[in-house]
Ligand binder design. Structure first.
Ligand SMILES: *[C@@H]1O[C@H](CO)[C@@H](O)[C@H](O)[C@H]1NC(C)=O
Ligand SMILES: *[C@@H]1O[C@H](CO)[C@@H](O)[C@H](O)[C@H]1NC(C)=O
Ligand SMILES: *[C@@H]1O[C@H](CO)[C@@H](O)[C@H](O)[C@H]1NC(C)=O
Length: 519
C-alpha cells in the first residue's frame, strides 16, 4: 500500500509538469514576451523537461520491467555518479543464482584524494577492539562467538561468503548483509580477509566481567547493533540504514533528505511548545511509565505522547507514521525500547530539542553525543517532572533550546551521512581484520553472497529498498582518516564531563521543584 502511494506521488510530479505544456494558456503568455525572454524561458523549460523525463525513465526501470535488466534507481539520487558503475546483471544471474566472476575485487585507482578526518565518534573503534589489541584474534575466539550468532560472514579476496545459523527477526540479517556488500562495492579490495560472527538480537551478551582478571579467557568477538557499559560486543550500524521494509522505513540516504525537507516545513518557534513522542509503549516497562506523563484533564507535564499501531498503519499505507512529517513540536522525546532504538537518529534529525531519557545502551554513533550540546538529559525515575522542567526551560530560553536542536540535526546530517556510515564500517572491519592471526577458510556450508544473489530474487518493498540503497560503484575518495585513540586520561575526562553536565541539569531541576514546593 505505502509503496504504491510513494510511486504515485512521483508519477504525479512528473506528469503534472507535462500537463501544463499541453494548455494554450502558456502560448498566450509567451506571445506577450520579448524574443530574448522567450529563448531564456524555453531553455530553462527544456532543461527542466529533460530532467523530469530522466526521472520518469529510471522510475520505470526501478519498477523492474521484465524486459530490461534492473539498473540503479535514481529516483531520489540525482547527483551524477562520477566513477565506474559496477553493472548489476539480473538476466544472467536470475536463474542460476550464481555471482558474477568479473567483480572488481582489487584496488586499482586508489591514488585517490583522501578525505577529511573522520568524526570524533570513530575513536570508539579503538576502544571496542582494545580487548584483542595485544593477542590478536584467533580461530578459537571466533568459534566461541558462534553460540548466539545468526550468521557468519567470511570475506576472502574482497568477496563475501555466508553461513546462516539461524534466520533473524524480520529482515534484519538481510539488510545488514546487503549493507556489507555495498561496503565491498564502495571500497573494492580494501577490506582485508576476515570472518565475523553476527548476532541480530537486540541485547549485548558478552559480559565484560567474565573476561577480566589474570586467568580469564579472551572474549569472543561478536558483532551486533548495540552495547552497554558491562558488555564487550562490537557495535555495528543497524539494518535500518539500508531500509526496514516491515515498517516502511526507507533507506537512510533517502529518509535523511526527507527529514531535512520536513524540518523546513515549520520553523521552531511555530512548532507546538511540548515534548512529542510516538512509538510502541508495549516493548518496555520504562515506556509504559512514560505514558503516565501524557496530557489529560487533570495534568499537564508538557508531554504529548502517542501510541504507534503498526498493524493499523500497514493497512492504511503508513500515512500516520511518515517520519518527515513528525517535526511538529519544539521538543522530541527519545526513550529506549527493549534496548537501543533505531528511532534515535530520526528524532535527533528534527531541529527540535531532543529530550533523552537516560539511556542504558549505545550504538555506534551515540557515543558522539554530548548532553546540553546535542540533547537535554531526562531523569529515568522521575520522567514527568523532568520533562516538564525541560520544556519550561526551553520555552523561556528559546534561543538556547533552538541551538541544542540545531546542533543535533547538524550532527545527524553531517556526521551521520551515509558516507560516514560506510567509513565507520570500513574502519571497524579494517582494524578488526588486521588483528587476525589466521586466514579464514570456507566450510562446505558457506555460499558466495553478492548483490545479484540477493536483489534479483527479492520482491516488493524489500527489492525497492535494496535498489534504492545500491552503491553504484567504487568511491571517488578514500575513506576518511581515522582519528587516533583517546589517551586514558582524556577519555576519563570526557566521560566525567558528560556526567557532570547531566548532574548539573539534575541539580537545576531539583532546586526548581524544591522552590515550587515552598511557594
Ligand atoms: C527472473 O526469473 C523469474 C522466473 O524464475 C522471472 O519471472 C523474472 O521475470 C526474472 N527477472 C528478471 C529481471 O529477469
Ligand atoms: C495522550 O493524550 C492525547 C490527548 O488527549 C491522546 O490523543 C493520546 O491518544 C494519548 N496517548 C496515549 C498513549 O494514550
Ligand atoms: C558516570 O556516571 C555513571 C552513572 O550515571 C557512573 O556509573 C560512572 O561511574 C560515572 N563515570 C565517571 C567517570 O564519573
Amino acid at each position: 500500500m505505502g509503496e504504491k502511494n510513494i510511486m504515485l506521488e512521483h508519477e504525479n510530479n512528473g506528469w503534472g509538469l507535462f500537463r501544463h505544456f499541453k494548455y494554450g494558456i502558456w502560448w498566450q503568455f509567451i506571445k506577450t514576451l520579448s524574443r530574448s525572454t522567450v529563448v531564456v524561458v524555453f531553455s530553462v523549460a527544456l532543461i527542466v523537461a529533460l530532467f523530469y523525463t530522466r526521472m520518469l525513465d529510471t522510475h520505470v526501470l526501478s519498477r523492474g520491467s521484465s524486459t530490461k535488466p534492473l539498473l540503479t534507481s535514481k529516483i531520489y539520487d540525482t547527483r551524477p555518479f562520477l566513477g565506474h558503475e559496477i553493472p548489476l546483471d539480473c538476466h544472467t544471474h536470475n536463474l542460476t543464482k550464481s555471482c558474477p566472476t568479473n567483480y572488481p575485487t582489487t584496488k586499482d585507482n586508489y591514488d585517490l584524494p583522501s578525505s577529511a578526518t573522520c568524526p570524533e565518534y570513530f575513536r570508539w573503534i579503538h576502544e571496542d577492539l582494545r580487548p584483542w589489541a595485544h593477542k590478536g584474534i584467533t580461530k578459537e575466539m571466533v568459534d566461541r562467538a558462534k553460540k548466539t550468532a545468526n550468521f557468519k560472514l567470511v570475506i576472502l579476496n574482497g568477496k563475501a561468503y555466508l553461513e546462516t545459523y539461524e534466520k533473524s527477526f524480520q529482515t534484519r540479517d538481510t539488510f545488514t548483509l546487503w549493507g556489507i556488500l555495498q561496503l565491498l562495492r564502495r571500497y573494492p579490495g580494501m577490506v582485508p580477509d576476515m570472518e565475523l560472527m553476527f548476532d541480530c538480537v537486540d541485547w549485548p551478551v558478552v559480559p565484560r566481567d567474565h573476561y577480566i582478571g589474570p586467568n580469564a579467557k579472551d572474549p569472543p568477538p561478536l558483532f551486533r547493533y548495540c552495547g552497554n557499559d558491562v558488555t564487550m560486543d562490537l557495535v555495528f550500524p543497524d539494518w535500518s540504514f539500508w531500509g526496514w521494509p516491515e515498517v516502511n522505513i526507507k533507506p537512510w540516504e533517502i529518509l535523511m533528505r526527507e527529514l531535512k525537507e520536513g524540518n523546513s516545513r515549520t520553523s521552531w518557534l511555530n512548532r507546538e511548545p511540548y515534548g512529542y513522542w510516538k512509538g510502541n509503549p508495549a516493548v518496555a516497562q520504562t515506556r509504559q511509565d512514560l505514558m503516565k506523563c501524557n496530557v489529560s484533564d487533570k495534568q499537564e507535564w508538557n508531554a504529548r505522547l502517542y501510541r504507534q499501531d503498526w498493524g493499523k498503519e500497514s493497512k492504511q499505507g503508513y500515512k500516520q507514521s511518515d517520519l518527515a512529517s513528525q517535526c511538529t513540536h519544539r521538543y522530541k522525546v527519545y526513550i529506549e525500547g527493549s534496548a537501543w532504538s533505531v528511532s534515535e537518529k530520526y528524532i535527533l534529525a528534527c531541529d527540535s530539542m531532543t529530550l533523552i531519557v537516560k539511556p542504558h545502551y549505545y550504538d555506534f554513533f551515540t557515543r558522539g553525543l554530548n548532553p546540553l550540546h546535542h540533547y537535554w538529559p531526562i531523569k529515568e525515575n522521575d520522567k514527568c517532572k523532568s520533562i516538564k522542567f525541560a520544556v519550561d526551560w526551553g520555552n523561556t530560553h528559546k534561543e538556547k533550546a533552538q541551538n541544542i536542536g540545531k546542533a543535533a540535526s547538524n550532527f545527524i546530517q553531517e556526521e551521520l551521512k551515509m558516507d560516514y556510515v560506510y567509513d565507520y564500517m570500513f574502519h571497524l572491519l579494517n582494524s578488526y581484520g588486521k588483528l587476525f592471526t589466521y586466514t579464514p577458510t570456507l566450510s562446505p556450508e558457506a555460499t558466495e553472497l553478492c548483490v545479484e544473489s540477493m536483489v534479483c530474487k527479492a520482491e516488493g518493498r524489500e527489492k525497492k529498498f535494496m535498489m534504492e540503497s545500491l552503491v553504484k560503484g567504487p568511491s571517488n575518495t578514500k575513506p576518511c582518516t581515522m582519528p587516533p585513540p583517546y589517551d586514558p586520561a582524556s577519555l576519563l575526562a570526557q566521560i566525567k564531563g558528560k556526567n557532570s553536565s547531566i548532574q548539573e541539569v539534575e541539580l537545576w531541576e531539583k532546586s526548581h521543584w524544591d522552590q515550587n514546593m515552598k511557594s
